[in-house]
Each structure stands twice: as structure tokens, then as C-alpha cells.
Design a protein around this ligand. Sequence first.
Ligand code: SF4
Length: 734
Amino acid sequence: MARDAKYDVLFEPVKIGPKTLRNRFYQVPHCIGAGSEKPGMQAYHRGIKAEGGWAACCTEYCSISPESDDTMRVSARIWDDGDIQNLSVMCQRLHQFGALAGIELWYGGPHAPCHESRDTPRGPSQIASEFEANIYPRYADKDDIKLLQQYYVDAAIRAREAGFDIIYVYGAHSYLPLQFLSPWSNKRTDEYGGSFENRARFWRESLEKVREAVGDDCAIASRFAVDSLYGPAGVELEKDGIRFVEYCDDLVDLWDFTVGDIAEWGQNAGPSRFFEENHEKPYSGVIKPGNHTNKPVVGVGRVTSPDTMIAIINSGQFDLIGAARPSISDPFLPKKIEEGRLDDIRECIGCNQCISRWEIGGPPMVCTQNATAGEEYRRGWHPERFHRAKNADKSVLVVGAGPAGMECAQILGKREMSAVHLIEALPDIGGNVNWVSTLGFSDGHPNIFRGTARGLGDWKRVVNYRQIQLDKLRNVEVHTNSRLDAAQAREYGAEIIVVATGCYWATDGLNSATHDTIPGVDAVGQEWQLTPEDVALDRKPIGRRVLVLDNEAYFMGVTLAQKLAGEGHEVYLLTHRGDIAKYMEYTLEAPMMHRELHRLHVHLHPETMIERVEPGVVHAYNVWDPTAKERFEVDTLVLCTARVSDDALFRELKDDPAALEANEVEAVYIIGDASAPRMMVDCIFDGHRLAREIDSPNPALPLPFIRERRLWGLVDNKVYDAVLASSDLQPMGA
Ligand code: SF4
């Protein structure tokens, strides 16, 4: 199918300095946890996007010196010849598919803890990082400034040698160039501090030097947070923001605009519960229309709608459609628009699970919508291509149409299994997503920084995409309102049964804090006690005073507390942990959620656990001092304590192999929450993995994946020889 002509504008080439982008789709720098140490993952993850039609793909932030070491997080590095070698693979892969390769040269200053290198970062002033714990920079005197600028130049020369086409001098997210520009971190009184020109001097000089070194061969880009959201204490759009763009416009071939800083970079990578599509428009979107630059501009905003994209281009907001998350969720987004297959676009849901795994500090990056993200090289998975299964003549029954079941059925269908039947007990497919996506609260009140509480409605895209795919597959049948017991499943006629029956919230208070139930808790028999499903599905009345117990530490407890407080209830939120909703720090939702909880006057009680419950009374204690008791008189108790797998069907089937054999059922598998409760991203992966490996020797066990690691003895660089030569250790075997 040909694309609609209104989208033609998206496929126009754009010149940036000495390079030309083949269209307007641009993957901005984003982290994946590959760095320079996992060249296969780096090359194949970016390469799949080049194959999917993106005109350029960039590395994540790429350190230019051991003084800028972000361990435990994984950045790319371009410190030496080994890094050139490894990153060149990414360049080759992108060029193979006609895309340009970009590299984001990064020096973190005090935001780089240097836990691996044990070096000391330099910065404009000796002020500790507001992001890292107890990391101070060394004051950069004028010799240091020359050295720092030379780091950028040397790194740029290495990057050119590796094959990069676009070289960034990266200052967004409050890294070194922005630290010099912003009065928030620059307190100097010499010619690098004080006036705007002085504060801008470091960045401008760095751009000049990099441009002089590589500007004839490579496009020079700069990523700039046009407003750091610190008010007059930092960079403000209407003051230094616009002025800096005008001041350095002659030195860049491409501007990449963002907003915010690193300590709260969820203002940039906005989660969908607070930010809608194109949410940066009021900041990064005003510079080009205001004629403050003559250079091409790229910006982001989790844009997945082709109509929003053409509005952005046609209104002059940006010249390029920048994407991090939309390109992860659907690496073939440009191709699908080009081919007129809009209903096949796998839209990002804004859950920020991709970011969470990097924030925690380890690869691979994951994606809720795209189970193949990060798995391109190590498992050989392609997001759009599926080869026919060796056992495609078999029929498969998938019981349960939640995220794992839906994903498994659609991939089995795409692998051409002879017949796939997806059976759901409820009226609709989607499982827990159907009620989770209704959660949240929005009264239109703006968050203190930016964003507005919107709820989790975008998460429903998980169901919508899979519904469309399932509908297209002729070998897949979906049956709802159909509950199967073990005998019915066995006698269904399928040779393979996949159990994806999900999980439910504990009704007896079973929890991870005490590894026990809670005396007095009975959400089945007690009308005033509710599980999250009870709240979401309006199963029971909710009184004025509500206590929410959260032992999971992700989104459910705080989401319900926010919803109930927003609806006018007096809410107490208890958790045995020291942090409220710890995992939301990794998804970047935490700061805004904290503001919401405070705005809605939720009473927060961390480090507190329930001891026992009596009608209308909750007895609690401090986890560090169990003698410190608290008593809460409430009308309603909401129990986000633990989830429990609904694996009864699987157990019954597995425990009767003779009955399976009698019905010619060859195998039974269990996936998703039914196997063990987990995050949605991992449920979908589990369903996808089984379908990908349904013809392996034992599909119940994942196949080995390629581990990118240095093997002992296979060492190849001069650094190794030099370290050994100066070592006081005895050599091996001596
Ligand atoms: Fe989007 Fe979530 Fe995938 Fe990240 S993990 S790309 S936010 S769907």
C-alpha cells in the first residue's frame, strides 16, 4: 500500500552541514546499556532502526575521558583505539542500511561519579552534584579548561575515524557545557563566569575547536536544554535559552533541543501518566518558529502519531522528528508510514521501563511494547520478521489473553503455526491491562514543574496493537467469554497448550515484608477490605478514610492513593520500605508522583508495616523499631501487598501426564504472571520468547544467548601489556 501523500513531507531529505539525511526521521541519542563494551548490541539495535527507515541513529551519551565515568550506569566511551574499533561496528551497520551515524560526546562533570575509573571530574565551580551522592568536581582553572576542550577535540577525531557522520557537543541534561552556561552551577568570576558571554564561552570555544578539527567531514550537532526548569537560578528559555541558540548558531549544523536537567530528566523523557505527545512544544518548539536559528532543529516528545509529525513539520516547530522511545517501541515506524501501514505501528506507551533498566545500571534495555528491543544481536530477534516454525504443523491452545498470552499467540501466528486458538474467560482480551489502564486521576492541575496527571490510559496501547495484529492473522482464532477447566483444555484438540492465566492480588495480606499473611486481613470476607482490582472495578464501597498498604514499591500503591485522594478521600499510604514507590525513581515518574501525593495531602508513612487488623482499625509498627506502634482508624483498607500466580490450570494439566497423552497433548507451557508475577514488560517478553523458541529442543527453557564478554586469554591491546609490565603481581603460572 502506498503512503498517503500528506505524509510526503516526512520523507524529504534534509541537509545538515556536509551530510544529508534521507528523510526527517531521526533517532536522537538514547541509552541502551550497550556502550562501547557490547558492540554487537550497539550495532544491531541501532541497525534495526536504520533498516526500519530512520535517517540517522545516534549512540547514547559517549564519554570523552575517564574523568567522565558514569558507572554503575553504562555509557558509551571513546577513550582509545579499542573504543574506535567497537563503535565502528555500529557505524558500518547504519551505513549498510543507508542511515547516518551520530555520536554524543559527553563530559558529565560532577554528575559523573567515576566509580570505575576512580578519576576526578572537573567542573566550572566546586559544587556537589544534586543528582549523585557526594560527588564534587575539581575546580577547572584555565589550564583545565584547555584540557577539557582538547578532550572534546580528541574524541571528535576518534569518532570521525570510527565512521561517525554527526558529532555532538552535548550540553543538555545539565552536563559540562551547560554547567558553564548555567548560573545554577557556574559561580566563577573570571572570563568563564558571570555575564552571559562569559558563561557561554566554554561551550562556544568547544564548538569552535571541534568544528575546526572535524567540521569539514562531519556534521556538528549540539544538544541543548533550552530551559533547565530551575527558574532564574538556571537557564530560562526567554533569557539565556534563546540567546544561546542565537549566539552559537553559526557553529552548529543541527540543534537538538530538550528541556530540564539530569536530576529530573523525566521532564524530558516524560512518562505518559504525566505527559502527552509532543509535550516539549512550549519550550523546544518555539525557537524555530521564532526565527532564532537558521539551522535544522530536532526535538522530541514521544511522538507516535503520523498526523502529529506532519503538524510539527508543517508548522515549522522542528525540521526533524526526533525519537528515542518511539524508535525503541517500533524501529520500523518510518517504513510503516512510508508503506501506508499505519495500523501496524507499535506505539510507545510511555511506561519508561526502557529507561528503568538503564537507570538500575545494567543491560539489556527492555521495551514493554517491543520484546525484541535489546535482543537483536544476542538472540537474533528481528522485530518484524519471523521464520516459519519447524513444528508449524502443530496446533496451539493459548489459555488467557493478558499481555503474555496475546503476545505469544500473535507471534505463534506469525510463525505460521497451523492453528492458534487464544481463549479468554472474560468478555475482552487484555487481562489486567484493561483495568490498570483506567487507573489514575486527573483534575487538570499542572504539576509544579510541568506535566499534568493523566492516568495510565496510554498503556491500553498494549492491547490495541495486539488486537489488530491478531485480527489480521488467518491462522489465529480468538474466543472470549470462554473459561476452560483442565479437562476441557486437554480435550480441546491442540497438540501444544500454553497457560497464560495471569495472577491476582493476595486477599489475605501475604507480603514480601514479613513473608506471611496479616492477621485479620480477609479481602474476600470483609467488605471494608479491598484489593486493587476491587478498587478499579468498583466492586465495593470506599469510605472516607482510606489506608493503602504498599509492599510492591512500584506503581500500584501510589496510583491508588493518588486516585482516592483526588476523589476526596482522606488517604494514608503505608510501606515497609524507606522510599515511596522506589521503582518509580527508575522510570522517572517518582518526582512528579511525589508532588501529586503532597498536593493531594496523602499522609505518607514509610518504614511502616501492618501488624494486625481489626474491624475499622489497623495496627502498625515501625520496621526499625517494632515497639513503636501506630493505630489508624479507617473506613477502608486497600491491600497492595503481593500478587499470586493463577497457575491452578497448569498444575492440574502437568500433574496428569497420562491424561495429556490420552488426548495427544504433546507439551504444556506456562508463561507470564501465571508462572510468576512480574512487570508487564517481562510478561510480554516471556510470551514472545516462548513463541520464538516453540520449535527449540525444550521450549520451556530459554535458548542460550550471545554474551558479549572478554574471554580470558583473548586480550588484544597495549593497555593490557603496559599494565602487566608494570605489575607487582606474579605472572600466571609462576
Ligand atoms: Fe515506550 Fe515503555 Fe517501550 Fe520505553 S519501554 S519505549 S516507554 S513502551
